[in-house]
Design a protein around this ligand. Structure first.
Ligand SMILES: Nc1ncnc2c1ncn2[C@@H]1O[C@H](COP(=O)(O)OP(=O)(O)O)[C@@H](O)[C@H]1O
Ligand SMILES: [Mg+2]
Length: 277
């Protein structure tokens, strides 16, 4: 049962840290039941930390995380998974010493009868023909993209209430990214809510209803995807302004006999925070 607002997940005022290093500051956002949310931000913004915190892999040091009406803030990852949160992260959840079919069988057998097993295998191969062609291949010898399809196939057949997908398109060829996104569309069509973490904004904004922008561990935007475009544009404009400011300051530094390298590196740092577009 979702809350009265129809949210499957609510993240409220969450902080998280790695030892003494604080990675998240007062992060709040919601994921509508059955909706698709894009979590975007530059490298190091804290996207993966959000993904790990809401799936229980990193413990929140403050705030509340509610899933499907249940407070899961202090729950371990396996309990959150059992409530219906799945995550697909590069290099996780695929057994490299088993074949594609053995990998799928292992997952599906935990969930149903023998009859359902063959039906579920059929369903997986139907959705991802590339896996059907490789059913006897060792999963460890699949390409990165094929391994991600294998993780998605497991999720597709037994739909969770929420899927957290962290940078699934990272390092993949465009044609494989298309396959991954088609897989995500199918999972969404089965009623699963998606939190899609991406640095590359173009593709994810096309399939998401809502965007959350992270910058240095804080949420700087939460709203409809069509409004996120403006936020990203204003970030770009900020970068442009910073660029001309930098040029001016370098000129001044040279005139003053100061090492311009120092000025530049500080400014570039500042200007590129919060965007990769
Ligand atoms: N395991 C870790 N130990 C210490 N610091 C980490 C760890 N993982 C990430 N960080 C730091 O936390 C910040 C956020 O990282 P991350 O969530 O991976 O960002 P993103 O996924 O947006 O690139 C970064 O400054 C990163 O260096
Ligand atoms: Mg990351």
């Amino acid at each position: 049962m979702s809350d009265p607002m129809g949210n499957i997940m609510e993240v409220e005022h969450v902080d998280a840290a790695y030892g003494p290093y604080r990675a998240l500051f007062d992060v709040s956002f919601t994921i509508p039941a059955g909706g698709v949310v894009a979590l975007i931000g530059s490298n190091g913004a804290g996207k993966s930390t959000v993904a790990r915190t809401i799936t229980g892999l990193v413990q929140a040091t403050a705030g509340t995380i509610r899933f499907d009406g249940v407070d899961v803030t202090q729950k371990p990852a396996w309990q959150i998974a059992r409530l219906g949160v799945a995550s697909v992260v590069e290099g996780r959840g695929v057994f490299s010493q088993l074949t594609v079919e053995e990998n799928l069988t292992l997952t599906f057998r935990q969930r149903g009868t023998r009859k359902e097993l063959s039906r579920n295998l059929e369903k997986a191969y139907e959705s991802f023909p590339a896996l059907g062609e490789r059913r006897t291949q060792m999963a460890g010898t699949l390409s990165g993209g094929q391994q991600r399809l294998l993780s998605l196939a497991k999720v597709l057949v037994i739909p969770p209430k929420l899927l957290v997908a962290d940078e699934l398109s990272l390092g993949l060829a465009p044609v494989v990214i298309d396959m991954v996104y088609q897989g995500l569309e199918k999972i969404r069509a089965a009623g699963t809510a998606l939190l899609i973490v991406e640095q590359q904004v173009d593709r994810v904004l096309k399939i998401s209803d809502k965007a959350v922008v992270l910058d240095r561990g804080s949420v700087t935007f939460e709203g409809p995807t069509n409004e996120a475009g403006n936020v990203i544009e204003s970030l770009l404009a900020r970068r442009e302004r910073a660029g001309s400011t930098a040029a001016k300051l370098v000129d001044e530094a040279v005139n003053d006999g100061v090492d311009p390298e120092h000025v530049v590196s500080k400014l570039v740092d500042e200007a590129t925070k919060g965007l990769d577009a």
